[in-house]
Design a protein around this ligand. Structure first.
Ligand code: HEM
Length: 138
């Protein structure tokens, strides 16, 4: 859900009024009323200021006692650095249900099914297609 987030960008959204984000900082961003914008869930999930070695699958980074739980500079991660179901007022309507559903389904599947890769290449080669963003296959 982090590395291969099903929604890699949001759909187009607009503000009902002018908004300035991070005003007065190097990251200041002005969003104008009715100006369409989208934001990259993929980008947030792979932000190297938030995740050490972001492209690596390291489940221990979610364990609070592990040093990888923090940002590379040792701070707590930003609350919106992991948002596969989006966040705020326009978060996924199924968010709470999907979070419970994923935990239960994963536990059941791992208990009942023995998984193995049919194609070992899938372990190392990133798949070219996903829901919104795709690379041209070589
Ligand atoms: C793994 C499963 C799911 C993922 C990854 C997912 C992800 C998302 C994301 C990222 C958004 C925000 C889209 C945007 O801002 O453009 C969204 C919106 C939404 N999702 Fe999901 N979703 C999932 C399952 C579901 C389910 C099961 C339901 C219904 C029961 C649902 C209903 C909705 C609705 C109605 C919205 C629009 C909310 C709004 O715009 O106010 N989603 N979802």
């Amino acid at each position: 859900m982090r590395i291969e987030a099903p929604f890699q960008v949001t759909t187009s959204q607009t503000m009902t009024q002018d908004v300035v984000l991070s005003e007065g900082t190097d990251h200041e961003l002005k969003l104008h009323k009715n100006q369409p914008f989208t934001y990259g869930i993929f980008v947030l999930h792979n932000d190297p200021t938030q995740y050490t070695d972001p492209q690596s699958f390291l489940p221990e980074r979610w364990e609070s006692s592990n040093p990888l739980y923090k940002t590379p500079s040792g701070c707590p991660r930003h609350a919106k650095s992991y948002i596969p179901l989006s966040g705020g007022k326009r978060a996924c309507l199924g968010k709470a249900w999907m979070e419970i559903n994923h935990r239960v389904m994963l536990a059941v599947l791992l208990h009942q099914v023995k998984f193995e890769y049919v194609d070992q290449e899938r372990l190392t080669v990133k798949q070219p297609f996903n829901f919104f963003v795709w690379d041209t296959p070589a």
